[in-house]
Design a protein. Structure first.
Length: 424
């Protein structure tokens, strides 16, 4: 009997991993009138593909970056509701085989809420609750079975990493960019005392410029309590790069440079602008990937080595000096919507603030080449417009993605261009 070589074994493992997930698998090229193949826009359509509380409830709902749990055959994702600074927002679980939805934690509306944070006595003497999911942007799995969720209600409000218990929906804080805004004296019911007991204290905060560093609206984790956040010079003078934080531990720079391009930690290309937009990310092995734009040169997909802090430009269509581009192609890296990684490339959306149609850009991770993909069948082939569209997640070991648009989730195959509705 011949010994199986490493390449063959790896191929079989990838096939096995990919085939473990079960999805509807609707072929809209053959069944264009199937419910999952039509583009439905009326309020009466929501809640009919998959059971459970629908994502669209008559207001503004924005999907964020999520993850696939292969053992559960499920997608976990964040949903910001209302785009206000209130507590409306939730983490959902979606069964990949049926599209059925379950609210894991958070407040959806007056009718549905699940889990709770902590009760404290405010500086006004009132009972209040901390750690809601209003402004939830991204969720990631933790090794202990919990979910870490990044919450950021606005550019000036506190950014928090919240721990969500999958079973109960209860929430606690793992890290925050500043202490809780409450002036109550220290005591067992003071929120600052409660959080200090969980490791959110002066030592864990990131200092820069004239205040505490406010990170971008995305994060990554090793799953064991260490988190990576992008810094974009907010406040001014606090520098740009990648931060490493953990409960009760000192904040540290993985990679850092000034907005003028002066290097501080690590080495490599810099984005020389005052406050670059850095709100989408992904992690693979020891490499952190992020996007930024529009910047003086153009939209960029970059990477940072977590060990050395070395920065690299993966892809850039340089609008000022085309000869300085990294990778070829007319497509531009999307930086306003979440992106996700496939086996050999990244899929991004929303390269411009005026972009509203679904025009995904494939970025080769090795060459940096960019190409705009065409949708060949299914609802995404329709002229759907959504300035808040997101690549919510990629299916492991495949070139298939979950797309969030207009209160619905769609499956998109980047190889064939085929699409269908997963949950609505």
């Amino acid at each position: 009997m011949k010994t199986m070589n490493n390449f063959t074994l790896l191929a079989l493992l990838l096939i096995s991993s990919a085939s473990a997930l079960k999805l509807p698998g609707t072929d809209c090229a053959k069944s264009p009138k199937d419910t999952r193949c039509t583009w439905n826009t009326s309020s009466g359509d929501f809640g009919k593909i998959g059971s459970g509380t629908p994502f669209a409830l008559g207001g503004t709902e924005i999907f964020g970056s999520g993850f696939i749990d292969e053992k559960e055959n499920a997608l976990y994702l964040p949903l910001e509701i209302g785009s206000n600074t209130d507590g409306l927002g939730a983490v959902y679980r979606v069964d990949l085989a049926t599209g059925n939805r379950t609210v894991i934690s958070g407040i959806v509306d007056g009718e549905e809420r699940r889990g709770k944070g902590t009760t404290y006595t405010s500086d006004q003497g009132n009972q209040a609750e901390a750690w809601d999911l209003g402004g939830v942007r991204a969720v990631r799995a933790q090794a202990d079975g919990s979910i870490a969720a990044l919450v950021s209600k606005s550019l000036v409000r506190r950014s928090e990493i919240i721990k969500v218990d999958r079973a109960s929906g209860n929430r606690s804080v793992l890290w925050a960019h500043k202490l809780y805004d409450d002036a109550a004296r220290p005591g067992p019911t003071s929120i600052q005392t409660i959080e200090a007991g969980l490791g959110v204290n002066e030592a864990s905060l990131c200092q820069g410029g004239n205040g505490r560093i406010k990170p971008g609206d995305s994060f990554e984790t090793d799953g064991k309590g260490t988190f990576y956040l992008m810094a974009y010079n907010n406040p001014s003078g606090s520098n740009i790069g990648l931060l490493k934080v953990a409960s009760g531990k000192k904040c540290a720079w993985v990679s850092e440079y000034e907005n003028t391009g002066t290097n501080v930690v690590g080495d490599g290309p810099t984005v020389n602008t005052l406050t670059p937009i850095m709100n989408t990310s992904a992690l693979r092995g020891g490499t952190f990937f992020g996007t930024t734009g529009p910047n003086p040169s153009g939209n960029t997909l970059f990477s940072i080595d977590l060990n050395s802090g070395k920065r690299s430009t993966v892809s850039l269509k340089n609008v000022r000096a085309p000869a300085r581009s990294t990778g070829q192609g007319d497509g531009e890296v999307g930086y306003l919507g979440a992106f996700a990684l496939a086996k050999t490339f990244a899929l991004s959306v929303l390269p411009q603030a005026s972009s509203e149609y679904f025009e995904p850009v494939k970025v080769d991770l090795k060459t940096g080449d960019r190409s705009v993909l065409k949708v060949t069948s299914g609802p995404l082939k329709s002229n759907i417009r959504d300035g808040n569209q997101q690549v919510v997640a990629s299916l492991p070991s495949t070139n298939t993605f979950i797309i969030g648009m207009k209160g619905s989730l769609y499956v998109f195959n980047a190889d064939t261009g085929a699409s269908y509705t997963l949950s609505q």
